[in-house]
Structures are given as C-alpha cells and as structure tokens.
Design a protein around this ligand. Sequence first.
Ligand code: AMP
Ligand code: MG
Length: 326
Amino acid sequence: MGEYSLEVETAIQAAIKASTLCEKIRMDLAGGDSYLKSDRSPVTIADYGSQAIICKTIRDRFPRDTIVAEEDSEELRRPGRSKILERVTDYVIPFIPNSSPEEVCSWIDFGSNSVTDRFWALDPIDGTKGFLRGDQYAIALALIEKGSVKLGILACPNLYPDIHHPLGEKGCLFLALRGNGSFQMDRKGANKRPIYVSKTKTPSEAMITESVEPDHADHLTHQRLAQKLNISKPPLKMDSQAKYGILARGEVTLYLRVPSTAEPGYKEKIWDHAAGSIIAEEAGGRVTDVLGRPLDFSTGIRMEKNQGILVSNGILHKVVLKALEM
Ligand code: AMP
Ligand code: MG
C-alpha cells in the first residue's frame, strides 16, 4: 500500500484492539441476566475504552496528527463516575498494560473538535443502540486530508462475513485506501479479499438498507421511493456504518438516509460517514447527499453543506436522485 502503509497498519491494529474490547464488554455486561434495557453503562464503558485505545495507538505513531472524536473525559472525571472510570481502565489494561485511570482520561482527551488539514475522524462505537440490542455496531476510523477521506477502516464485530451465509465466526474489518480499492478481512485482520458493489442495473431489483432507528431517517420517504422504482424487496434495517460495508460487498444496492421529518435540519456528523463512504466508493459505489452533492468533510464536526446521504452501486445513482426529487 506504499505511501500510507504505516497509517493503514496503525489504523488496523487500533481497530482490532478496540473491537476486541467492545465485544468483551458486550459479552460480560450487555448479555447478562442483570442487564436492564435502560442501563447504558456497557456502551458508556465500551465507548470510552475504544476511544482511549484508538487515540493512544494513533498518537504513539503520529504524534502531530489531530483526532476528531466523539467523547471527552470531562464526564468521566466527575467524582460520581469513579466506578465507571475504574471499569474502563480495567478493560483497557489487557491492551495497554499498567494503564492508570489518569492516563486513560488523557488518551481519551487526545480527541478534539478541531478539523485541520490532516486529521483522523473517530466514532469509537457507531450504532450504540445496536450495541445494546445485540445487533450491529461499528468502530469507525478515517484519515481525512484537505476535506477528502484518504483512508477508512470499519470494524463490525457482530457482522458475519456474508449475510446470506451466517456461518462461522462473526466479525469483519473493512478497509479502503483512496485509489487502492476496498477490502474485507476477518476480525483478526486475516483473510483479506477485495470487495465490490453489486452490478444491479435494474432499479426494481435493488435492495435498500436503512437505519433501524426510525428517528435517524425518513423511512416513509424511503418507502415511497421504493414504490416509485418498483422495488419489491423490503428494506434491510441495520444499525451503524455496517450498512456501508454490506453495500460495498454487494449485498445491498442502496443505502438511503433522507433526513427525518422529526429533525429535518439535521446535519450529519463526519465520523458517522467518513470511513463508510470511502469503503463504498473504493468498492465501486457512489456516495453523495440526497441532492447529489459530494460529501464535504471540511466544515467541522458536522457536514454543514450536506443534507442526508445517498449511497449506491454507482449505476443506479442518477435514477435514484431523480426519483428523490418527488
Ligand atoms: P444509524 O445506526 O445508521 O441509525 O446511525 C447512528 C448515528 O445516527 C449515530 O451515531 C448518531 O450520530 C446519528 N444520529 C442521531 N440523530 C440523528 C438524526 N436525527 N438523523 C440522522 N442521524 C442521526
Ligand atoms: Mg455514530
């Protein structure tokens, strides 16, 4: 992978460690009998732990790089949260021996809000609701240079390598480097293979994916679009950027994210799309907003110049944009 091989290797190592930590926490805490739906502590612990590990791993190799990430340690440092901080630290120690609670907080705080010429965008757990439900979630990390995504890695610890054959071990890692294609690996980073979007040319044969959460997109408009294009297959609902992964490997044709009517002015966050978008594009897909504009990752933590998201296999992009003009 030439020029960016150190970035690629570091991002893969960071994502593997973080996804192992997240799965351990999910097995220990989220799956047990004592688990209450209202208790968000498993996802809180995993979120902080994942961010600490990834930020530390990146900073060790690239001390001058900025990391734009979702969490900071302010909440975690409050006296009432000391139990949570202790648990986060206990989960981080197997990956970074002898970590102290103070160090864990300082690694989390490598994350900032400043979008610079070259920065990493991190979502330590994308799809927190999926994580708690035992469905899909992802660890999403991207390198952005001058507003354009250069490298993306998506760890999907609970995703089978092939959704049509849910066999073997769960866990996928998706990787894309600009100009070098998209790849899927297993959860340990082995068995790397190139992936490609579907070649579906006929709109009615398309398969749509959308959020599970009804507040994150306008599912009624998605349904109307499907009717207009004579798409008969029901949409595949999935949490997190795993949607980009299944599109990139050809299992679905379209990922729709029309802004929800509950929050029509919602601006998408960069870490929710940076890694996923390059993985779809490098697999041959196309990614724009719902008005056909390219995604602009240079406007801060939110994509101020975009509205909603449309991802396709490329071939069907124009037809869908046209149909969205309803
Ligand atoms: P998904 O799993 O695809 O539903 O996306 C999860 C992401 O949706 C979270 O990381 C949030 O940042 C984001 N989100 C939260 N509220 C909204 C909203 N109103 N519209 C779109 N995305 C949202
Ligand atoms: Mg997210």
